[in-house]
Unconditional design. Structure first.
Length: 159
């Protein structure tokens, strides 16, 4: 009988710990550095928070440990294209404009730290998803242009 009580306490402890996980999408200032181009600071988003991790004695295999690890990371992402100025080494003009494609988290959650199968704990309530403003609209990038990751020259404009 004490064995069942111990298992119930462990399960309750894990449930309380899992419910305390907090992983959220937060606004950040991101600095883009690409080759010898001028660094560019942007308002962006990142995933930040605390997720559950533990090691405990195994309830099924004596002499072994059960390990559980989750990290705060993107559950969904979009791509934003950002223009940056780079010196023109050809001598034809002072600068070239390059487009750098960035991955931007749209939703964050506690996810397995490794590639081993595990369950996902959603972190953001549904009402936040309905009210969120797209980062792409914030920076004026057309969402139809964000399906591929490319880096390269886009125009020959002189600045």
């Amino acid at each position: 009988m004490p064995h069942k009580a111990l298992i119930a306490c462990v399960i309750l402890g894990v449930f309380i710990t899992l419910s305390a996980a907090q992983c959220e999408r937060k606004r950040i200032i991101h600095t883009i550095r690409y080759r010898d181009c001028h660094p560019k600071r942007l308002l962006s988003f990142g995933c930040m928070g605390t997720c559950t991790s533990y090691t405990r004695p195994s309830s099924t295999n004596s002499g072994e440990l059960d390990q559980y690890c989750q990290c705060c990371q993107d559950a969904e992402k979009r791509f934003a294209r950002v223009r940056i100025l780079c010196p023109d080494t050809s001598g034809e003009r002072m600068f070239k404009v390059y487009v750098v494609t960035l991955a931007v988290p749209q939703e964050c959650s506690c996810r397995p730290c490794s590639l081993l199968p595990n369950h996902i704990i959603p972190s953001e309530p549904d009402f936040l998803q309905k009210k969120k403003r797209s980062f792409l609209k914030l920076v004026g990038v057309n969402s139809a242009d964000t399906n591929s990751i490319t880096v390269g020259p886009t125009t020959n404009a002189t600045y």
